[in-house]
Ligand binder design. Structure first.
Ligand SMILES: Cc1cc2nc3c(=O)[nH]c(=O)nc-3n(C[C@H](O)[C@H](O)[C@H](O)COP(=O)(O)OP(=O)(O)OC[C@H]3O[C@@H](n4cnc5c(N)ncnc54)[C@H](O)[C@@H]3O)c2cc1C
Length: 464
């Protein structure tokens, strides 16, 4: 019996997961390889960081989502190598390396945080890209309030209650707004020595306006709302240094000043997955400044019609790095693959249909640009609520998210305030271990009870 056409998908984010789902009726065998076992709804990470939602609500298990899709399987693995000549993908796990053969490859490994060449900033200002990041930030945000209550030194309390959010795009605006609500509403009655509402929240950006891509009207509306909530909006300021106790910023005239703060959030800049560089080196494709692969109009890699590159890792027609581009790209790739297998013409160019963009500033207040409409306030917030409910995956997650939103937006509470020391320390401890041993997994030391890592090969799910 002929082996079914093997489609390997790297990544279980918006691009990877939706590509797998769109291939459910195709005569193919789909293997999704991702470094996490969950699909992450990144737009709500800030709510996990600020205690509104639990991590499970925005990160359901990928294999649970795909459990009824018989032609799909999910493999945990950190992809380290793509070999375009051999048509193989190599991934690593605590069990060793796995080589997986493909006939068609979809690469949707997304993007990570960029510190614009200053990676040491990451030690003190975590980004917002993963569940780990959000939980670490949750620990830091709630933690500084605890420490401020504890300290007898008023200067120290001030530093502890100063939050700096770097980057005034949607993520930065949402984080600053949520920290403001947390300090002014949620925590109002919880402390005895400090007044949480005195917390200083500074939103910084080198750009001249918040939410610059939303246009002047929405940008100004968002800024007004943030300032009304007590957020200090400081534009045209470049962060030139970050350390444990603060940030140094530089104005357009070159003057520098320091903002003391123990809790910093980095919401500026993205860098595409380093897998893009591998693809570029092997195919001759170009990369843009953010490391995104310049793909053909049909989303394939130049010279490799069997390789699709989607979502945040790819660049085409200046399409933005948003979930809809990844999801629509996934549908396009699945259509192309199915057409080819049916002997129909393929190679149609991908066109992104812009369904609009939105950002919440506070409870009951958002800004939204939908076609020619520019909405602010409650109506925009209602649209935000409905859209996020629709796109959250799984009925169970929608119900619990709705309940948690009711707790936070109608009441004053936050259902997910728990933070552990492990969340706050884990990332840096793991980085230290990895630095001691560059082998990604071996750096974590022997995992009890597991055999020593071995190489393995996966050519088809049926034969594996
Ligand atoms: C905080 C935040 C808020 C956002 N808000 C919005 C919003 O409101 N609206 C909007 O439209 N967009 C928003 N975005 C952008 C949107 O989430 C992305 O555009 C979208 O996730 C891109 O999808 P993707 O599939 O390309 O990448 P991702 O969704 O990032 O998925 C990448 C996948 O690849 C996996 N992976 C990465 N490297 C490897 C490797 N080496 N081996 C194996 N697996 C790997 C990851 O684990 C993940 O599963 C936001 C992003 C962030 C970070």
């Amino acid at each position: 019996m002929a082996t079914p056409h093997r489609v390997v998908i790297i990544g279980s984010g918006f691009g990877g997961l939706f590509a797998a789902k769109h291939l459910r009726r195709a005569p193919v065998e789909v293997t999704v390889i991702a470094r996490t076992a969950h699909h992450l709804f990144q737009p709500l990470l800030y709510q996990v960081a600020t205690g509104v939602l639990s991590e499970g609500e925005i990160a359901p298990a990928t294999r649970e989502i795909l459990r009824r899709q018989k032609n799909a399987r999910v493999l945990l693995g950190d992809v380290t190598d793509i070999d375009l000549a051999q048509k193989t993908v190599t991934s690593t796990s605590p069990l060793g390396t796995t080589v997986t053969d493909y006939d068609t490859l979809i690469v949707a490994a997304g993007a990570g945080q960029s510190y614009f060449g200053n990676d040491k900033f990451a030690d003190y200002a975590p980004g917002m890209k993963s569940i780990d990041d959000a939980l670490e930030l949750r620990g830091r945000i709630f933690g500084v309030f605890e420490l401020a209550e504890l300290t007898k030194d008023p200067e120290m309390a001030k530093k502890l209650l100063t939050f700096v959010v770097v980057g005034a795009g949607p993520t930065g605006v949402e984080m600053a707004g949520q920290i403001a609500e947390l300090s002014r509403r949620t925590l109002q009655r919880d402390f005895r020595n400090i007044d949480p509402s005195q917390a200083r929240i500074v939103l910084l950006d080198a750009a001249p306006a918040v939410l610059g891509s939303f246009g002047d009207k929405l940008s100004k509306a968002a800024r007004r709302r943030l300032e009304k909530m007590g957020v200090e909006v400081a534009m045209d300021l470049k962060v030139v240094d970050v350390d444990a106790e603060g940030v140094v910023v530089e104005g357009k005239d070159g003057t520098r000043r320091r903002i003391d703060s123990y809790c910093k959030v980095w919401a500026a800049g993205v860098a595409a997955s380093p897998l893009g560089k591998q693809l570029a080196e092997q195919s001759g494709a170009e990369l843009d400044r953010a490391g995104r692969v310049k793909v053909q109009p049909d989303l394939t890699l130049p010279g490799h019609p069997e390789v699709f590159v989607l979502g945040d890792m790819a660049t085409l027609n200046d399409y933005p790095g948003v979930a809809q581009v990844a999801m629509q790209g996934a549908k396009h790739a699945a259509k192309m693959i199915t057409a080819r297998l049916e002997g129909k013409p393929d190679g149609a160019p991908f066109h992104y249909r812009d369904k609009g963009s939105m950002a919440t500033v506070s409870r009951f207040h958002a800004v939204a640009a939908i076609g020619p409409l520019r909405l602010t306030g409650f109506l925009a917030w209602l649209i935000w609520l409905v859209i996020h409910l629709v796109y959250l995956i799984g009925f169970k997650n929608r119900v619990t998210a709705l309940l948690h939103w009711a707790v936070s937006f109608i009441g004053r509470g936050r259902s997910e305030r728990t933070a552990t020391l492990q969340q706050v320390m884990g990332r840096r401890a793991m980085e230290k271990m990895r630095a001691d041993d560059p082998n990604h997994w071996a750096g974590l030391g022997p995992l009890e009870g597991l055999p020593s890592p071995q190489p393995s090969r996966e050519s088809s799910s049926r034969s594996a």
